[in-house]
Design a protein around this ligand. Sequence first.
Ligand code: NAD
Ligand code: UDX
Length: 489
Amino acid sequence: MVKICCIGAGYVGGPTMAVIALKCPDIEVVVVDISEPRIAGWNSDHLPIYEPGLDDVVRQCRGRNLSFSTEVHRHVSDADIVFVSVNTPTKTCGLGAGKAADLTYWESAARMIADVSVSDKIVVEKSTVPVKTAEAIEKILSHNTHRRHGGGGGVRYQILSNPEFLAEGTAVADLLSPDRVLIGGRNDTPAGLAAVAALRDVYARWVPPDRILTTNLWSAELSKLAANAFLAQRISSVNAISALCEATGADVAQVAHSVGKDARIGPHFLSASVGFGGSCFQKDILNLVYICECYGLPEVASYWREVIRINDYQKGRFVNRVVASMFNTVAGKKVAVLGFAFKKDTGDTRETPAIDVCKGLLGDKAAVSIYDPQVTGEQVSRDLAMNKFDWDHPRHLQPITGTDVAGQVAVAADAYEAAREAHAVCILTEWDEFRGLDYKRMFDAMHKPAFIFDGRNVVDVAKLREIGFVVYSIGKPLDDWLKDMPAVA
Ligand code: NAD
Ligand code: UDX
């Protein structure tokens, strides 16, 4: 029986291994993590992440051929294939701070593999890493093996790059039916080819052969960064056009629909928004920018950096619009924030645009009342008290200095409570439930003029204007009120 061990029981490691266990009942799959609370969560009825369909998959496999454990060394030692799915955050200090990927967690996982292994292993990069990481990991593993085993006949490792393309909120569906599975390996040696074939055999249980792509290691590593950069670039492109739509009276939804009808462009990932969030896009583009700079390609670096600049511009533009529309001040005014997660169907708040928007409103002294169906008040407080990039460095967490937002932030049990006696409502996540709210009920309980700022284009603008709201919806024609109160970009 093949045994798989995955280091890192996070948003990628947990769902990916659960689906492998589901589709390969003859393979034993163990997910290990140094975080005891995370493993306890995976072993309980309340999984540590919210992902539609995941409970069901875990329930079917846990105790059969899927387990979660903190006994990292034992399970790594026993495994034939070791996936490494640890976090690879942006560096917060030292060389490349604010851009380069921090490979501390990756390197310590690799050194641990070298320390505990007594049999040959295939080591699979699941985390998103800079190009050439596999080569570095190979060096760590082979040098340490030689030291332990006296130079000859030691443990042999094959490194594969198998980046993950799942998106949160649709992780299970993405894993069950991926657009492609990418396996990068050393295709110039028999051992390399055998390792690629072994991993391909795992996925081939449910993924059609033409969707399993094999490349060299560096192409696989770079493809992941490039794919995320292309996706984020589409969002920044449509968001840039949304600003022009507001200025000209065009409607971004109509423009995006018309543009996306071109088969060469396609309809996906063209929804204008308050900005993209999530743990991947910004981090991976910054990493790409850093790599370009390191290889002496400043023009390429600045091209991709612009994708992030437009994203920051979009979030700032939204805050400015809110403040400018409300007579240039929100000081002491209650603003309801509907949605805090970085997208619908997840409780994940990493790099959510809601953090920047809320901080902007708090900076202007608003009283913010937040409702999100999946995000706890504790999480909101943590996020609003954190400096940029700190969220993925648990050991370095520092509260923001000189800012006391405690008295300005409340967390509401539902959208109506958040909006009660508010001056404005900001919609920051596209949760389905926000489409069906009783906006008349909300309007009646709000101060007048009552404003709605829709950062996700979920509301019916005409209907809300009929109720009496002043409505702003990203990239939509402005009503007269907003035209008279221009926001500084
Ligand atoms: P995560 O923070 O949710 O999970 C990482 C886990 O690794 C944590 O639970 C942490 O405790 C554990 N860990 C860190 N060092 C460890 C060690 N030495 N031994 C054992 N456990 C250790 O991160 P994630 O969102 O699952 O992302 C993991 C990787 O996958 C990142 O490189 C990310 O860029 C990439 N990725 C993420 C997504 C996504 O949607 N979240 C999608 C594709 C790729
Ligand atoms: C992304 C990639 O899609 C996935 O392939 C990769 O493995 C990890 O990073 P994720 O961040 O989970 O996945 O979600 P995604 O659906 O890509 O959304 C990212 C952000 O972009 C969200 O904040 C979302 O709301 C926003 N977005 C997405 C838009 O603003 N407009 C769109 O048209 C699509």
